[in-house]
Design a protein around this ligand. Structure first.
Ligand code: ZN
Length: 416
């Protein structure tokens, strides 16, 4: 058999699914050609081609939504706040696919020393070769931010994968305690770098539990010419005080160009601050849906600190919490599906300037998720390739199967 014959069909048809683009379109048939959506129509496609040319996916009784965008993932691993043994491992392809995520933005975090930008670029390129879409932020918690070329603007202009700066830490005991001027200069470089390269040029800002909250961001918007759209403050649901401040921030100017990002792996004690519940309360408080996004903080550490900011324990963030929280917003808090999914599709695609992402329309990338009746993830397609089908992972990362085998072997050494 030739290699070509073993490859998946170039054409695919998803038949009879209820399409949320994210706006509801009713029951449609979707034709996929290569890595793009070719056509969406109510009538069946009568192509008269064999199964080797066109693969049919049965979407009946299911909902079809755009593939999810996770704008803050520690794809290299993160952490280290509890010493070297607390560095979290690299993410694997299936960790992303299981969550219905087809686009990730990778970032460094607390540790910009043993985790490097070169390593981040390589990991992002690796994940893209494995089938999903990736972008990265240049920088880490610390200021001056670590970069590839020595300059934020050069990184954005010259390195295709770099869409902005992040995650820069503010109002946190782990931050570099940067000044207003330092953050203004970084944001200015991101803005101009974005202009020159046609990219977003956003600054993903890690907000900690500190009392200064969003104050530096608010001052930059008030006192400089830099528009608010360049800031994506994240982790805003980490405590109730910050959450209220973020809601007030996002409502200014009618929410135009204002974005706040909620973290789905959040370890906040208050269930009202979990993303699903928090989305509902933000909407009730009058924050426009288009100003709100979720990201998972996947593979990052979830360190637990004492009142005195001393490290006492650690967990690892999971990408699949991203849609878990959207599902909760729909099922437990009554947010309509077409609104709730915007926080992981159109909104991040907009502020990250990712054309062809986060939407189901002819010409868009074939990044798609089929949801079953209970809103479980049934099928995941990334750039036209089926990564998960019938709830089963179809594509693993390069070494994942070896690692699964090794894990099985290790299990035999566990005492029953
Ligand atoms: Zn963070």
């Amino acid at each position: 058999m030739s290699l070509a014959a073993a490859r998946p069909a170039v054409l695919k048809i998803i038949e009879g699914a209820e399409v949320f683009a994210p706006e509801p379109m009713g029951v449609k048939n979707v034709l996929i050609a290569g890595d793009r959506i070719a056509c969406i129509q109510s009538e069946p496609f009568a192509l008269g081609l064999g199964a080797d040319v066109v693969e049919i996916v049965d979407g009946r009784g299911k909902r079809l939504v755009p593939g999810f965008i996770d704008g803050h993932v520690h794809i290299l691993g993160g952490g280290g706040e509890g010493g070297y043994a607390s560095r979290t491992p690299e993410i694997m392809l299936s960790d992303i696919i299981m969550g219905g995520v087809t686009t990730v933005v990778g970032c460094l975090g607390t540790d910009g020393i043993t985790r490097t930008m070169a390593n981040l670029v390589a990991k992002a390129r690796g994940l893209e070769a494995e089938g999903i879409t990736t972008r990265i932020y240049t920088g880490a918690y610390q200021v001056p931010v670590p970069t590839l070329t020595g300059s934020v603007m050069d990184d954005i202009v010259l390195i295709d994968k770099v869409v902005g700066v992040g995650e820069v830490a503010l109002s946190d005991h782990r931050s570099s305690q940067p000044t207003f001027e330092e953050i203004a200069r970084i944001t200015a470089a991101a803005r101009v770098g974005g202009m020159l390269s046609g990219k977003a040029g956003v600054v993903n800002v890690h907000l900690g539990d500190g009392e200064r909250m969003l104050s530096i961001i608010e001052r930059i918007i008030a006192e400089t010419e830099i528009p608010a759209r360049h800031f994506v403050p994240t982790h805003v649901n980490r405590n109730s005080r910050l959450f209220r401040a973020a809601a007030a921030y996002a409502k200014q100017d009618g929410g135009r160009g204002r974005y706040i990002d909620l973290t789905s792996s959040s370890a906040a004690d208050d269930p009202g601050l979990s993303c699903g519940a928090a989305l509902k309360s933000l909407l009730e408080a009058g924050v426009p849906i288009g100003s709100i996004s979720f990201s998972s903080d996947g593979q990052g550490s979830l360190p637990v600190f004492s009142q005195a900011n001393e490290y006492i324990g650690l967990g690892v963030g999971k990408v699949d919490t991203l849609f878990d929280e959207v599902r909760k917003a729909v099922r437990d808090h009554g947010v309509p599906l077409q609104e709730a999914i915007r926080v992981i599709t159109t909104t991040p695609a907009g502020y990250l300037k990712l054309p062809g992402k986060g939407v189901i329309q002819a010409g868009a990338d074939a990044d798609l998720v089929l949801l079953d009746a209970g809103l479980g993830i049934h099928t995941v397609m990334a750039m036209g390739q089926i990564m998960m089908g019938e709830g089963e992972i179809k594509r693993f990362g390069t070494f994942e199967r070896d690692m699964l085998d090794a894990l099985e072997k290790k299990k035999t050494f566990l005492k029953k």
